[in-house]
Write a protein that binds this ligand. Structure first.
Ligand SMILES: [Mg+2]
Length: 272
């Protein structure tokens, strides 16, 4: 059996509030040492995920922008990827609509709305950093979106509800993250996970897949793996969901990740 691990970043590998990864890093290193691929699967952009891959010292495929695309290092698999598109040392498999189309649809949906809105791609890194609390260099990376747009909406409840209904009717999908709406079209984390699971199965035959997450938007990822591991939120609660393969681990964010690696995968984690 060949284990493959998928994991969310914010609130799972990274602390939900400080983005710190000191606790999860030794577990990531332990997986790498045991030859277990760790696939980062996040709402984050290609630039952001590449940054964390560098920090973690890994070079496996990854899934960007909630399944907008699956990005595979060139020659990672020994066979060609028919539906892949070459891009700077990687092969991309695109699942979602591209941002130009999404932005056009959002603007159409909100044209007659009275909510004030700002698109992340139209804000400066300084503005995003100030607004979200993200460090400046990360705010800059999060602006470089390809398959989703983050929108900051402001207005009264009635207007906000109406705006969200318009976005919905425009055929867009949205995920709430804090005070922001991340909008995409035609993709979910699960789409990327399913595609990679097929590729790994073709490469290694017998694979066992695991996924780590902390929130409702990880459900589509959980539904595509053998074992889903849900870590605790900062207040000690678990996201409300109940797929049959779910294990709720006692441990908040990165602590839960670490515990899951030890208990569910049986990989001993050192001190780093
Ligand atoms: Mg998360």
């Amino acid at each position: 059996m060949y284990p493959i691990v998928f994991s969310d970043l914010d609130g799972t590998l990274l602390d939900a509030e400080t983005y710190d990864y000191g606790v999860s890093l030794p577990a990531v290193k332990a997986l790498e040492k045991h030859g277990v691929p760790l696939i980062l699967c996040s709402a984050k952009t290609r630039s952001e995920i590449k940054f964390y891959q560098h920090v973690f010292g890994i070079n496996h495929p990854f899934i960007v922008e909630n399944g907008g695309a699956t990005v595979i290092p060139r020659n990672y698999f020994a066979f060609p990827i028919e539906d892949g598109r070459e891009s700077e040392g990687y092969v991309d498999i695109e699942h979602g609509e591209r941002i130009e189309m999404i932005r056009w649809k959002i603007e159409g949906a909100l044209r007659d709305s009275r909510v004030r809105y700002k698109l992340f791609t139209q804000m400066t890194a300084e503005e995003i950093s100030e607004d979200s609390g993200l460090p400046l260099h990360e705010a800059d990376l999060t602006r470089r979106r390809e398959y989703s747009e983050t929108v900051k909406l402001e207005g009264d409840q009635v207007e906000l509800q109406r705006a969200i209904r318009s976005i919905d009717s425009a055929g867009l999908t949205y995920v709430f993250g804090g005070r922001y709406l991340t909008i995409s079209a035609g993709n979910s984390k699960g789409t990327g996970v399913r595609r990679l699971r097929q590729l790994y199965a073709r490469a290694f035959r017998n694979v066992t897949t695991y996924a780590f997450g902390d929130e409702e938007n990880d459900l589509s990822m959980f539904q595509e793996v053998d074992k889903a591991i849900l870590v605790q939120k900062p207040n000690g609660s678990w996201a409300s969901m109940n797929p049959s393969n779910l294990v709720k681990v006692h441990g908040i964010g990165p602590n839960g990740f670490r515990k899951g690696v030890e208990n569910e995968l049986g990989v001993a984690v050192g001190d780093g």
